[in-house]
Design a protein around this ligand. Structure first.
Ligand code: T1G
Length: 694
């Protein structure tokens, strides 16, 4: 049973013991009810303490049980909380570390609550696309007031327990030994006669509840366009304010059961678990010893090198930043300082923290200064010859056991490793620009990369707050290899009848942060041009529309040249549709003897997204990515894929691989259809009625 029961001089202690975070799964829920009954039936027991073993009081309902029979099997959490609340003997919840979601709702059912300082208190359900489903929308407003409760429920943000010390939530916030304090408190209340206080009996006081709730609705309307849950949170709280506890509870339950079935909630839960699953590598045991990582070297003080260096400085790790020329080095250091100053100006960084971080930065022109680094990340020019020089030099200078990482975005990490006598210490760490902002880090595993190197880099990624996803070695790894197929389709559609603004608008309506043409104008159309030129030589069989080359031949590289797919005005980043480009596109279709046709938004979205899905399926087939959720995490954290759709692979599951397959076969039979080689796994999974994510 995931619950322990002990007694101590008249106090029964029910301890949740369901690692890792005392999720309130079925066996835990049943264990609590059993413990309560044992306590009621023991005349020596005068009071009951409810507490959690390990690292949490409770992290809430066991979300691995969602959408399984266990989730709604009795005793449900509602039943458990009613049993706690209706216990004739007083129940004291003793909270440490984490009381979240159902865990906090359970504590709210107790008659008393005491907490250690520093505990994270939250109702984060909204971040999973649902709402508190065990009375949280009714009890929390009665415990801490309407405003504080609604803020916590709609944001899902944790609040430290000491901040709630005077909120009416806790009877005591105790320093020192929580267990002892809980026993003492229980003995005290156990000696009392008469009824014990229930949160549900308190009133929700507010001078203008209707006004505040309307204000909350207006706020949510602005920020939660794609997500239904925040609105339902307000509905449930409002029902309790207007119609009383029981009616509010009934609406809460109704909303919960509806929300847990929504694709948005499935997407958010998928992202929650996907983030955690990404850090696990099947053949690298979780307890693999990691290498010491006290200081880092970064080679290259350009945009990428500077951004990469900031990640380590932000985590308090000293960085030696190497450049070949003093003025490039000075420029790089100045840019890092400027970035921090901008953060200070926004009030997100204290001035003294800026100086602390800059003090950790050691600029140099000499490789010898890298000799003590535990990890060296190169971010030099994306050309194999340049990488070769750097890695041969590192092989001489770096200490034994130093991890040598390349930030390459397209080159072969195995070839780079072969420039050294220590390929086992070489790994790819592909950051995304701006490197100090984007969460995604592709960790590229060479065929000889050592397991402890991977374990060390994955642990470091957590420390620098990156979502690290392991990729095998192939051209473009996971993200860029897929985006190449996405861009191919975008270009074909221009040839066939669409215009840049229409394509961007359609995919941005689907939820992408930025469409392919606005994105290309931002990144620089010349970058894609260089890759295509390489592609034409290495893969002449890969048919590309040459329309983007025509744009580059016009010198229209994007924002940096004042014009790309769109026109731009000085100092204004707005993308204005360009007459010149539209005419070029028209002319291009004529030269290609392509009869331009109207292309629907639906076709645009299908061809762009299924191009990602199809390539993602091949990446899984080849073992470049180990799981579909890894591919989704790459797209959610590095490519602006809409979170409410859960990533390309989950989206394909939502559409149904049967339908994805039919669409791909349809496009394969049309002009430019040679770009569509259906991934065999899509047909196989579709035939079995399965998806990528089970
Ligand atoms: N259920 C199942 N597993 C969970 C879990 C949960 N609620 N929370 C965490 N885990 C797993 C996680 O997958 C990971 O597993 C391990 O615990 C450590 O997590 C009715 C219905 C609690 C603050 O949304 O915010 O209650 O990878 O790496 O950084 O109203 O986990 O080790 O195998 O994040 O110390 C509401 C979600 C549920 C809380 C701990 N509760 N969890 O952070 O560890 S819905 C939540 C967190 C609900 C009721 C409704 C964090 C944490 P593995 P971790 P951490």
């Amino acid at each position: 049973m995931a619950v322990d029961y002990t007694t101590h001089d008249g106090v029964a202690v029910i301890t949740l013991n369901n690692p890792p975070v005392n999720g309130l799964g079925l066996s835990t829920r049943a264990g609590i009810v059993d413990g309560l009954e044992r306590a009621q039936n023991d005349p020596a027991v005068k009071a009951i303490v409810l507490t959690g073993a390990g690292k949490a009081f409770s992290g809430g309902a066991d979300i691995t049980e969602f959408n399984t029979p266990k989730a709604t099997q009795e005793p449900t959490l509602g039943t458990v909380i009613r049993a706690v609340e209706n216990s004739p003997k007083p129940v004291v919840a003793a909270i440490h570390s984490v009381a979240m979601g159902g865990g906090l709702e359970l504590a709210l059912g107790a008659h008393y609550r005491i907490a250690a300082p520093g505990a994270q208190i939250a109702l984060p359900e909204v971040k999973l696309g649902i709402l508190p489903g065990a009375g949280g929308t009714q009890r929390l407003p009665r415990a801490i007031g309407l405003e504080a409760a609604l803020n916590m429920i709609v944001s899902g943000a944790p609040v430290p327990s000491e901040q709630l010390a005077d909120s009416g939530l806790f009877d005591e916030v105790v320093e020192g030994d929580l267990a002892e304090a809980a026993l003492a408190f229980a003995r005290k209340v156990g000696a009392k006669t008469g009824a014990h206080p229930k949160v549900r009996d308190r009133k929700i006081e507010h001078p203008n509840a209707a006004g505040f709730i309307q204000f909350a609705r207006n706020t949510v309307a602005g920020i939660a366009k794609q997500f239904p849950a925040p609105h339902k949170c307000i509905d449930a709280v409002e029902a309790g304010v207007k119609n009383g506890f029981d009616k509010g509870l009934a609406l809460e339950r109704e909303c919960f059961l509806a929300l847990v079935q929504t694709p948005e909630s499935r997407a958010l839960r998928h992202a929650f678990f996907g983030e955690r699953a990404a850090s696990k590598i099947a053949d690298v045991p979780a307890d693999t010893p990691v290498r010491e990582l006290k200081q880092v070297g970064v080679i290259g003080a350009g945009t990428m090198g500077g951004g990469i260096a900031m990640n380590f400085l932000n985590a308090g790790i000293p960085v030696t930043l190497l450049e070949t020329k003093q003025e490039a080095l000075d420029r790089g250091v100045a840019t890092i300082r400027k970035n921090y100053e901008a953060t200070v100006k926004k009030g997100k960084l204290k001035p003294e923290a800026l100086e602390q971080r800059m003090a950790l930065l050691k600029p140099t022109l000499s490789y010898d200064d890298l000799k003590d680094a535990d990890l060296i990340v190169e971010a030099v020019f994306e050309e194999l010859g340049v990488k070769e020089q750097v890695f041969r030099r590192l092989d001489e200078v770096a200490k034994p056991g130093a991890i040598l990482a390349s930030n390459t975005s397209t080159l072969d990490v195995d070839k780079i490793a072969a420039f050294t006598r220590r390929p086992q210490d070489v790994v790819g760490m592909h950051f995304f620009s701006p490197a100090n902002v984007m969460k995604l880090l592709e960790v590229v595993r060479g065929k000889e990369t050592a397991k402890d190197v991977l374990a060390t880099v994955m642990k470091l990624a957590k420390k620098i707050k990156k979502t690290a996803v392991v990729s095998g070695v192939c051209d473009g790894f996971i993200g860029n290899r897929m985006i190449e197929q996405y861009v191919r389709q975008a270009l074909f559609m221009l040839e066939e009848g669409a215009l840049p603004a229409q394509v961007d608008r359609a995919i941005e309506k689907f939820g992408f942060a930025m469409g392919p043409f606005r994105m290309s104008d931002l990144a620089g159309n010349d970058i894609g041009w260089a890759i295509r030129k390489r592609r034409y030589i290495e893969h002449p069989e890969m048919h590309y529309s040459k329309i983007a080359d025509r744009l580059c031949e016009m010198g229209r590289f994007g924002q940096k040249t004042g014009g790309g797919w769109y026109d731009y005005k000085a100092g204004d980043r707005t993308a204005y549709p360009s007459k010149v480009v539209d005419e070029m596109i028209d002319a291009f279709s004529k030269e290609a003897n392509t009869e331009r046709r109207k292309i629907s938004d639906e076709e645009i979205v299908e061809r762009l997204v299924f191009a990602l899905v199809n390539e993602g399926a091949k990446i899984l087939e080849e073992g470049i990515a180990s799981k579909a959720s890894d591919i989704d995490m790459v797209y959610l954290t590095g490519y602006g894929f809409p979170l409410h759709r859960g990533g390309p692979m989950l989206y394909a599951d939502t559409v149904g691989l049967y339908n994805v397959e039919r669409a791909i076969r349809r496009y394969a039979a049309r002009p430019n259809g040679d770009a569509w080689k259906l991934a065999p796994s899509i047909a196989k999974l579709a035939a079995e009625g399965r998806g990528f994510n089970g």
